[in-house]
Design a protein around this ligand. Structure first.
Ligand SMILES: Cc1cc2nc3c(=O)[nH]c(=O)nc-3n(C[C@H](O)[C@H](O)[C@H](O)COP(=O)(O)O)c2cc1C
Length: 192
């Protein structure tokens, strides 16, 4: 693929949303990221809804199919993008649960992957506390998070229209900047 930074292959990103809600602002933000992806970066998504609640006894009998699929999709991606709400000042249980499943040995698939984080909330702090908790988890899993820009979408009800389209131009710019940084960071780390 030809683009502004040369003829390198496109960076393949797997986008993961931390909300299962149909009208989710975070799902809408992930769709916006797909729409705003810069040249040289593409985003596919993985739905974590079918992943069961973690149980070590179940794991001992073999990974559930949804977990196997999640691990394969992570492995196949050049980079990850987490888009998550904040629940009680932290990462929603469904997202932590999916990460916990995928993280189990052998060969946990997160190691070495570049990663970016975004989040949206109707409230005022833009998911900052959840993002810092998530960042800590991702660093433990040996991922390489983008530092800046931080895309923390506060007061989300005024930034998406009724159809779930991100309409706030400043936020759209931040999303573009984050994805450009993710593309360039991935290329630096993988020489892609
Ligand atoms: C259990 C629970 C805890 C929540 N805690 C927070 C919180 O700590 N901070 C915050 O900004 N919003 C909090 N919220 C409100 C969410 O930001 C809001 O429900 C948001 O719309 C969820 O994201 P979604 O639209 O992508 O589903 C909480 C919501 C739930 C259901």
């Amino acid at each position: 693929m030809s683009d502004a930074v040369g003829t390198a292959a496109a960076v393949k990103v797997l986008g993961i949303c931390g909300s299962l809600r149909k009208g989710s602002y975070n799902a809408a933000a992930l769709r916006a990221a797909q729409e705003l992806a810069p040249d040289g970066l593409t985003i596919e998504t993985f739905d974590i809804a079918p992943i069961p609640i973690y149980n070590e006894d179940v794991r001992a009998e073999g990974l559930p199919p949804a977990v196997e699929q999640f691990r394969e999709r992570i492995r196949a991606a050049d980079a990850l993008l987490f888009v998550t709400p904040e629940y009680n000042y932290s990462v929603p249980g469904v997202l932590k649960n999916a990460i916990d499943w995928a993280s189990r040995p052998p060969e946990q698939p997160f190691a070495g992957k570049p990663v970016a984080i975004m989040g949206a909330t109707p409230s005022v702090l833009g998911t900052a506390r959840a993002q810092y908790h998530l960042r800590q988890i991702l660093v433990f899993l040996d991922m390489h998070p983008i530092n800046k820009p931080e895309v923390m979408i506060a007061a989300a009800s005024g930034k998406f229209d009724a159809a779930g389209r991100l309409t706030d131009e400043t936020t759209r710019d931040f999303v573009r900047q984050l994805l450009t940084a993710l593309r360039d960071w991935t290329r630096r780390l993988t020489a892609k």
